[in-house]
Design a protein around this ligand. Structure first.
Ligand code: PLP
Length: 714
């Protein structure tokens, strides 16, 4: 029965592939995979590339043989119905944003591993923010840069030292459309840097109901240097940095205008895009003939700024000469003296030696500013109190909205299915409601355990496979590598996971301070423990690379061999596997430097218990029963002493709490107390650390008041 012509099926599949909505629909992911599992995996789960690789003949053959026709039609209908649905949270609660959407500026967007526009947590958070906005039906345009070379592929060399590989992505195989004018020519925007005019094209990506506008300076007419501005994420020196930020902020405002989008709210995800507020102010002055102060007040009232790091080096700063060189024209248009212009980015009035800080600019202009967890709000108020010298620190106007993660993207499909069976197909619309998760009561301990064991088996398989590939790449003899891979990890061992950027403050090697003690923990005959690591260091962070090297070397040495593994090239794909398959997610940053941390939230959505220092989100999330706390006195001025204390506390909680609880089995072999903790973690954490809850918080506390012109600060 060939009811639907093959060309029609192909076009339906292409429509699905070109809206990133598919990436959080496990059944559509499964559909693409079913078309050709081997190619799907080889192409890094990119459906546009997959469809290109499959000829018409092959496509219609596989559709027929595997009976996929009805699944394709069903997926296509579901996308249509999703896009057309009017019965949404946003329709009821955020109608004011419909005509004037939120413009969400971010230097990174981590939507899916096949679209390499992110480096780590900030990007994944932005991706989750856009996805949740789509699900809730909040009108939002993401504004970012198109990096033709993405971040980098991480490889370890013979000496286990990180090497960065860049390759041009094939734009035709990405779900991006170049924005064109009525004449069919690409729309161009221009920004100025000094005397030079920089041109950019705009790529549009569809993310469910929302859109991304991505600027690309690799266009004809630009100097060779300008063509490179958007090549790579966070790669260059300060000059390339300011150029990227000019394109992102100023270019971003101009791109929205060209697209006919009139934002009601500007949300800056981190300070990189701060220049957007200056450009919006300039436009306001020009269009309405008002003064700088009045224009800045009007734009500020509609602006939201989220700061993401308490680490000083994480805030971009530019010196006066560089500001004047690149942005003298803007200063002139704004009618400001060089000193007044600089003062917008200086934390103390009249300090003429201070550099221009993008975070200060955003804090000064946006009327609503927030950190990303309660502790981080507090730390930020302390950190930026000089901006409001007349106020006591607790009245510094920086609040907090704790981050969250997109449940449908991060919960393993089989767990989502188990919930759906109990709660009905609409469960996913209620993930931010606490009541929903009470129903975890209805899932038996056996089912929770069996599900987890399956996910753990998947992870072990995945890890062995990746390990084998990385050993072969390094030139290890095939038979040796295969044997090592086969002996790697044991399904019955308590499995700890640690994956994040290898910024030194995250202390990936904390557990290794006392190798003998760690060896005793891992090698216990009856109660074995093992660890899986992954994470990239910034290309210029030698310290981070050193930590990677330490771990990567130990994985081949006794007694750690087979019990420790380091996976190369951490990305969303590796992240998904890890956060769903380990038993415990370890987090031991230097307090209070972890602004929030989101990987632990992903773990909690998968029945994995957090074992964490009380910093970032965990400081407010832990209730003593929904995971494990690593507590020690501090912070001490001497980092060595603090590391030693935290190390001792980490090992103690693993030895005395996690291990005994995990290996305490009933007559059926179930660790019943452990499972109850997992259940409790679902109930207390899943709703509260969902991206839906986060976006609803932003909508209620920031977007709606900003759009309605309510000028009170958060
Ligand atoms: C979630 C995620 C992060 C952020 O992890 P933290 O715990 O916040 O450090 C970084 N990278 C990837 C690929 C992620 O998926």
């Amino acid at each position: 029965m060939d009811a639907v012509p093959p060309t029609k099926l192909r076009s339906k599949l292409e429509d699905l592939a070109r809206n990133l909505w598919w990436s959080w629909q496990p059944d559509v992911v499964g559909l693409f995979e079913a078309l050709d599992p081997e190619t799907w995996s080889r192409l890094n789960h990119n459906p546009v590339a997959l469809l290109e690789a499959l000829g018409d003949q092959q496509l219609s053959e596989v559709t027929r043989v595997k009976g996929l026709e009805s699944r394709i039609l069903d997926a296509s209908r579901r996308l249509e119905s999703y896009l057309g649905s009017r019965d949404t949270w946003g329709a009821v609660n955020a109608g004011a944003l419909k005509p004037r959407p939120v413009a969400y500026f971010s230097a990174e967007f981590g939507i899916h591993e096949s679209l390499p526009l992110y480096s780590g947590g900030l990007g994944v958070l932005a991706g989750d923010h856009v996805k949740a906005s789509s699900d809730l039906d909040i009108s939002l345009w993401g504004v970012g840069l198109f990096y033709a070379q993405g971040y980098f592929t991480q490889r370890l060399d013979q000496d286990d030292w990180q090497q960065e590989e860049f390759g041009n992505v094939d734009i035709r195989s990405l779900p991006l459309d170049k924005v064109r004018g009525p004449d069919g020519e690409p729309v161009r925007i221009e920004v100025r840097s000094g005397d030079e005019v920089i041109h950019a094209h705009i790529w549009r990506a569809r993310v469910g109901r929302c859109n991304l506008a991505l600027l690309d300076t690799d266009v004809e007419g630009n100097s060779p240097e300008s063509r490179q501005i958007t090549h790579r994420l966070y790669w260059g020196d300060r000059t390339s940095r300011i150029l990227q930020e000019i394109v992102l902020g100023i270019g971003g405002i101009r791109a929205l205008d060209k697209l006919g989008v009139r934002p009601g709210v500007y949300h800056l995800n981190e300070g990189h895009s701060g220049f957007a507020l200056l450009e919006a102010t300039r436009v306001e002055m020009e269009e309405n003939g008002v003064s700088f102060n009045e224009a800045a007040r009007r734009i500020g009232a509609r602006s939201v700024f989220t700061t993401h790091t308490p680490v000083p080096a994480g805030h971009d700063r530019f010196d006066q000469a560089s500001m004047e060189h690149h942005l003298g024209w803007l200063r002139h248009d704004l009618g400001l003296s060089s000193d007044d212009f600089m003062a917008l980015g200086r934390s103390r009035a009249g300090s003429d030696s201070e550099e221009f800080c993008m975070t200060v600019l955003a804090l000064r202009l946006a009327h609503r500013s927030n950190g990303v967890a309660s502790v981080h709000g507090e730390v930020s108020r302390q950190m930026w109190k000089d901006l409001w010298p007349e106020r006591p620190v607790q009245e510094v106007p920086i609040g907090h909205v704790t981050n969250g993660v997109h449940v449908r993207s991060w919960m393993a499909p089989q767990l989502a299915l188990a919930l759906e069976r109990r709660l009905g197909p609409d469960w996913v619309r209620g993930v931010s409601r606490q009541e929903l998760w009470r129903h975890m009561d209805r899932v038996s301990a056996t089912e929770i355990w069996e599900n987890h064991q399956l996910l753990k088996a998947n992870l072990i398989h995945f890890t062995r496979q990746r390990y084998l590939e990385q050993e072969l790449r390094k030139g290890t003899d095939g038979a040796v590598a295969a044997e090592r891979a086969a002996n790697l990890l044991h399904p019955d061992a308590l499995t700890l996971g640690f994956a994040r950027r290898f910024a030194t403050y995250k202390r990936a090697t904390l557990a290794f301070r006392d190798k003998e003690r760690l060896a005793r923990l891992l090698c216990d005959k009856d109660r074995p423990v093992q660890m899986i690591f992954a994470g990239k260091a910034h290309p210029r962070d030698g310290g981070g690379k050193g930590l990677i090297q330490q771990i990567a070397k130990l994985q081949h040495e006794d007694p750690f061999k087979g019990r420790i593994v380091y996976l190369e090239d951490y990305d969303i794909n590796v992240g998904r596997a890890l956060v769903s398959g380990v038993d415990v997610w370890v987090n031991n940053p230097v307090r209070p430097q972890e602004a929030c941390g989101t990987s632990g939230m992903k773990a909690a959505l998968n029945g994995v218990l957090n074992c964490s220092i009380r910093d970032g989100w965990w400081a407010e999330a832990s209730d003593g029963r929904n995971g494990f706390d690593v507590t020690s006195p501090g912070p001490h001025n001497d980092q060595e002493i603090q590391d030693e204390r935290d190390h001792a506390a980490l090992l103690a909680v693993l030895e005395n709490e996690a291990v005994p609880l995990y290996f305490d089995r009933d007559e059926e072999g179930l660790p019943t107390e452990w499972i109850e903790r997992v259940r409790w973690a679902f109930m207390t954490l899943a709703w509260r650390y969902s991206a839906d809850r986060m976006v609803i918080d932003y909508a209620k506390q920031c977007y709606l008041p900003a759009a309605l012109g309510d000028s009170c600060r958060l």
